[in-house]
Design a protein around this ligand. Structure first.
Ligand code: PHE
Length: 512
């Protein structure tokens, strides 16, 4: 899990296996001459809980969703001007962003393969491109053995790394080092490929990489005789390797992170809002803090404290627990110590983001960066430029998005300190405007956020007893969430887990 930390401050997950899903339908009951009188209580109005209630609702299940917060979405949370939140350390922030400016504090990017997009289509949530890879964004390494402290454009780093690696392989090939492996024809074809791939000189120049316009220009090509000035010279082969820049490119190859990626227009919370509207506001209770879940021979019951502070108990045929496992583990329940142990087995990850609102879009005007991500090797993790509002008079940059240790360090600081530190780091990349143009900011440390308590939760094993236990119902109580999927930390995981539970509940109901 730690291997990809260098790339993102995060980690990769195995590819999802989305099975064909057939939503429950009212006709499923009429065709067998029955009516659906089943009641389901769903704990949590995050993506998994909302998706479960939405899909079950299609076949007439009477769902009631209990949500401790006063909004739907869980970690799918868009912060706008006026958004206020108090963390587990009792520190309150209120966002002061201008109208139209927003920060996706949780999920921010959706790959083309994810079922999340199917829900956007079905619910009419409009999408726009999310720029996850931008050749003009930087890579910033300040702790590397060479080129430290110099922001390098992604395109420049790529030209140099591809160039030198191609040169080395071309030389080795031409000098006969691969004669055991390659035929004469293979070698000629490989050399042709490498010359193109690395933008190399030819055989007469010993396949040298000497830089090219792929690196970018110090003077852009223009009219008449202005041919432009190519950025030159490239650093030495040794420095390019020592810089570690080449270790960043695997991010683009990652199954989940490759372009194209998408975001809902106006904020990621358009998804939970659309789901909540489809479920019906009368079926979702906010400010409802679950206290107990009991399984009974003929159903299950939930006890919660409602927004007025009253304790309420209700029975249902099924309960879907779609809340974080470590939070669920603390509820009073009669599901057995095996369930408690299993719930405590996935470990929450620290994760944090800061939104920096600027009075000007200097990254567009000065740096020619229109969306995209700059990875760093310091504790910022990544900086994200906005994929909306191009050429507007303000804009909002994600000043850090990181996980584990850096997120734990930042999470301990009060907000003003987080801002001060994040800005000081950013100034090293973007200069004084990174401080002078700042208008306001808002930060989230997910592991210190009430009822959520983690950016996501990771398993030691997803084939072990704990994982298997929670992927089965405990009597009439089911568990759902991205943490029970093979795409942890993606909405896709929450949706697919909810679909699985919905399918199980529905087939069990129909079989009765
Ligand atoms: N889905 C999150 C993101 O894209 C977290 C994550 C990162 C999950 C990398 C897996 C791999 O940032």
């Amino acid at each position: 899990m730690y291997s990809a930390m260098g790339a993102l401050g995060l980690a990769p997950v195995p590819q999802a296996h989305a099975r064909a899903f057939r939503p429950p339908r009212r006709g499923d009951f009429t065709s067998i001459g029955r009516r659906n009188g089943k009641k389901v209580i769903v704990l949590g109005a995050g993506i998994a809980g909302l998706a479960a209630a939405y899909e079950l609702g299609k076949a007439g299940y009477a769902c009631r969703v209990l949500e401790a917060k006063n909004r739907p979405g869980g970690r799918n949370w868009t912060v706008r001007g006026g958004t206020t939140e108090t963390d587990l350390d009792g520190r309150t922030q209120t966002a002061d962003f201008a109208p139209g400016q927003y920060m996706n504090a949780g999920p921010g990017r959706i790959p083309q393969s994810h079922v999340t997009l199917e829900y956007c289509r079905e619910l009419g949530v409009p999408l726009e491109a999310f720029v996850n890879q931008n050749a003009n964004a930087y890579i910033f390494h300040e702790n590397s053995a060479a080129l430290a402290g110099q922001p390098v454009r992604w395109r420049t780093a790529k030209a140099d790394v591809y160039g030198y690696v191609s040169e080395l392989l071309a030389k080795a090939t031409d000098q006969g080092a691969l004669d055991q492996t390659l035929t004469t024809t293979d070698k000629e074809r490989l050399l042709e490929l490498l010359k193109d791939f690395g933008d190399l000189k030819g055989r007469d120049d010993a396949w040298a990489y000497t830089g090219s316009s792929r690196r970018g220009y110090s003077v852009e090509p223009g009219a008449a005789l202005e041919a432009g000035t190519v950025l030159a010279p490239p650093p030495s082969l040794s420095d390019v390797i020592a810089s570690g820049l080449g270790l960043r490119f695997s991010f683009e190859f990652d199954y989940q992170q490759a372009m194209m990626m998408f975001q809902p227009v106006g904020g990621m919370d358009a998804i939970p809002k659309a789901l909540a509207a489809a479920i019906g506001s009368d079926r979702i209770e906010y400010g409802a803090r679950a206290a107990a879940v009991l399984n009974h021979s003929d159903g299950a019951s939930v006890t919660w404290v409602n927004a007025q502070g009253r304790t309420v108990t209700e029975r249902a045929d099924y309960v879907v627990a779609a809340i974080p496992p470590m939070v669920m583990a603390r509820l009073k329940h009669n599901l057995g110590s095996g369930v408690t142990d299993a719930l405590l087995s996935p470990q929450p990850w620290e994760a944090g983001k800061i939104g920096l609102e600027y009075r000007s879009r200097w990254w567009e005007t000065d740096d020619r960066i229109y969306g995209g991500v700059t990875p760093t090797d310091n504790d910022l993790g990544t900086i994200w430029y906005p994929s909306y509002g191009y050429h507007g008079d303000r804009g909002l940059v994600i000043g850090y998005y990181h996980a584990l240790e850096p997120a734990a360090v930042y999470g301990r600081l009060p907000h003003a300190e987080r801002e001060r530190r994040a800005v000081a780091e950013g100034v090293k990349i973007h200069g004084a405007k990174y401080r002078s143009e700042l208008a306001s900011s808002f930060s989230v440390a997910w592991h210190r956020t009430p009822f959520i308590e983690g950016g996501w939760a990771g398993w030691e094993s997803q084939t072990g007893v704990a994982y298997q236990t929670l992927n089965r119902p405990a009597g009439n109580v089911y568990f759902a969430g991205d943490w029970l999927s093979n795409t942890i930390a993606w909405q896709h995981g929450a949706f697919t887990s909810a679909r699985k539970v919905v399918t199980e509940i529905h087939s069990r109901t129909l079989a009765r």
